[in-house]
Design a protein around this ligand. Structure first.
Ligand code: SAM
Ligand code: SF4
Length: 327
């Protein structure tokens, strides 16, 4: 079997797929209130997504993350998960979700074979949740987390983006919540994706600062624990909960990058912090055969840059929001 490898010798084993740009929340760091969603016919169909997954699986990709937008806004998503899980070579199907619809979907997702769930939650305060996401849905997320815990997923992890002056006073509370629930949590540095109407250099907080806050209460130890993503983990003595840090600014993780992304409209994006991409949708809709699709994936890998460059002091270079890209 051919193994997809980029010009810097990195093996590509992990594909993140955005299945929709739609969302029931409007997180201020991710999209604007009056965001215009794409016409449905522009979004890849399940058949097109499966075709892409099949091609990647033949090139050595074993792990698929479903994301968005909010992936659970896409109808019949558990059916897509089950079909992806059945593709030869695919070992793990994961999902990142805002959690609002998990009371309804945790069971069907588990039954469809979803391995792990990342649930995003940046605050435990209802009024702040309303401010940060422009929607009053904290209770739904908390109930969604409780529902997900009923099933034997290989892992459930919380994701929190931390912003100075917005939710940094909840770093300990979010850690306590993860510990009380026996689940892992990852703190993420905010990335400059899309124009959001506030100065991200003012709200930026580094992973080192976040870790410093947690250490005021918990004795964190460096850990070799890995989940195949960019997070660096620490553990707490005598505790199951792992605390992770994703540091796109302060600790460039590009040298070990093993992943590429497919946007909701079928753009193969080689790096989150760079616009190099290949339009797979047009290729497929123009009637390419499987060999041509595979050849395009291999040649597109030449566009993968060595590393991303995020500079908070400069003007926003990447106008695409995370909701289009798939986090
Ligand atoms: N809607 C789902 C959710 O919120 O989990 C999946 C898509 S969302 C784009 C994926 C992840 O990206 C979330 O954890 C979100 O907090 C994170 N995210 C969005 N915009 C970001 C930004 N500018 N910087 C850092 N993380 C961001
Ligand atoms: Fe929606 Fe997720 Fe973006 Fe929030 S981070 S607006 S939940 S896509």
């Amino acid at each position: 079997m051919k193994q997809l490898t980029d010009p810097f010798g990195r093996k590509i084993e992990y594909l993140r797929i955005s299945v929709t740009d739609r969302c029931d929340l409007r997180c201020s760091y991710c999209m604007s209130e009056d965001v215009e969603f794409l016409p449905r016919q522009d979004i890849l169909s399940f058949e097109e997504i499966l075709r892409v997954v099949n091609s990647f699986a033949k090139l050595g990709v074993t792990k698929i993350r479903i994301t968005g937008g909010e992936p659970l806004m896409r109808k019949k998503l558990p059916e897509l998960i089950a079909s992806i899980k059945a593709v030869e070579g695919i070992e793990e199907v994961l999902m990142t979700t805002n959690g609002t619809l998990l009371t309804q979907y945790a069971k069907p997702l588990f039954e469809a074979g979803l391995s792990r769930l990342n649930i995003s939650i940046d605050t435990l305060k209802a009024d702040r949740f309303q401010t940060l996401t422009r929607r009053d849905r904290l209770q739904a997320v908390l109930e969604g987390i409780a529902e997900a815990k009923k099933y034997a997923f290989d892992g459930i992890k919380l994701n929190a983006v931390v912003m100075k002056g917005m939710n940094d006073d909840e770093i300990i509370a979010l850690t306590d919540f993860a510990v009380a629930n026996d689940i892992d949590i990852t703190f993420i540095e905010e990335m400059p994706l899309g124009e959001v109407g506030y100065d991200r250099s003012v709200t930026f907080l580094s992973s080192a600062e976040i870790r410093g806050v947690i250490q005021q209460k918990y004795n964190l130890q460096d850990s070799s624990y890995k989940t195949g993503g960019p997070a660096v983990y620490t553990s707490i003595k005598n505790n199951k909960t792992k605390i992770g840090f994703i540091s796109p600014h302060s600790n460039n993780f590009c040298s070990s990058c093993n992943r590429v992304r497919i946007t909701a409209v079928g753009r193969l994006l080689l790096c989150l912090g760079n616009e190099n991409s290949q339009d797979l949708r047009t290729l497929m809709r123009d009637g390419c055969d499987d060999q041509q699709l595979t050849d395009h994936l291999i040649s597109a890998l030449r566009l993968k840059p060595e590393k991303h460059e995020f500079d908070l002091a400069e003007e926003v270079k990447i106008l695409r929001f995370m909701s289009h890209t798939g986090g």
